[in-house]
Design a protein around this ligand. Structure first.
Ligand code: 7PJ
Length: 282
């Protein structure tokens, strides 16, 4: 019977499932697509952090620069003013890992000196000065794959071989990091759902997600409320929970170690159900 029941889970060890971390998104941009403007004052943002903590979040990911398709650029000063006071406020009140979603070396540097545990860079440290700032620190870094730039990335993305192209990009970025003295233990990889990908590309990445495991690094998946769900189901942003949970569960089954989400409570529940099933296998 085990052949037909939850085949995907057979290859998933319980040890992996028990290490999966839920990263809660805290956007402090006025124009973010799903929660834009909601948490731009510190008190509201701290309440949201408290709620996420009650619901079992492992990492808070603060983003002060919207990277959604077509988003406008944010100045370094504006980004620092949005992110740093909140980072300090969280670190002084709560015992929680904080990641900063930024692509600017100055923001990274300031965030690291204010206690950030991780830098999450959708440009994979390719912008000027970023790799050096990380090299001089001891924080973890998430290297995400993106084809093109946010403003134009969704106009006709094209790959020779999607998965191979992404893996080659990862290899090149890992090599650059190692050359600068950033060791592999600090690196997390993310194929970048929605970043220069068609609808089919996004689902192919999820279906073939285990291929990314060949690099032997933890994998992060961020599909929460994205248009890969909205466009498939014809759902507005506030109607994408079922789709988001499905992709989160499948990503975990396929080997993701960190799941980046808006809906922490529901995602933690879904992963706990998956764990209970996995415990009964074998
Ligand atoms: C991602 C991200 C993602 C990582 C955003 C959104 C757009 N960082 N930052 N992975 N997406 N590592 O949340 O829809 O997928 S911003």
């Amino acid at each position: 019977m085990s052949d037909i029941v939850f085949n995907a889970l057979e290859h998933q060890t319980l040890a992996h499932l028990n290490k999966v971390q839920v990263m809660g998104i805290l956007n402090v941009t006025p124009d973010s697509f799903s929660d834009g403007g909601k948490f731009s004052n510190i008190d509201d943002a701290l309440k949201q952090v408290e709620l996420m903590l009650e619901n079992g979040v492992d990492i808070i990911d603060i983003g002060g620069e919207s990277t959604r398709p077509g988003a406008v650029d944010v100045t370094t000063t504006d980004e620092i003013n949005r992110v740093i006071p909140l980072l300090k406020a969280i670190k002084s009140r709560f015992d929680i890992s904080v990641s900063i979603d930024t692509s600017k070396s100055v923001v990274m540097d300031e965030a690291i000196s204010c206690g950030a545990d991780m830098i999450n860079d959708v440009y994979a440290l390719q912008n000027s000065g970023c790799i050096d700032v990380i090299a001089q620190s001891d924080v973890s870094v998430c290297l995400m794959h993106m084809q093109g730039k946010p403003r134009t990335m969704q106009s006709n993305p094209h790959y020779k071989n999607l998965i191979e192209d992404i893996i080659n990009f990862f290899k090149q970025r890992i090599h650059c990091c190692e050359q600068k003295g950033i060791n592999k233990e600090r690196i997390i990889l993310d194929p970048g759902f929605g970043f220069g990908k068609t609808l089919a590309h996004n689902y192919q990445m999820l279906a073939q997600f285990p291929l990314f495991k060949q690099l032997n690094l933890p994998l992060l998946a961020g599909t929460s409320r994205k248009s890969m769900i909205g466009n498939l189901l014809k759902r507005e942003v506030d109607e994408r929970l079922a789709g988001s949970l499905t992709t989160a569960v499948v990503a975990v089954q396929q080997g993701a170690s960190i799941i980046r989400v808006h809906d922490v409570k529901e995602t933690v529940d879904a992963i706990n159900v998956l764990k209970a099933i996995a415990e009964q296998i074998n």
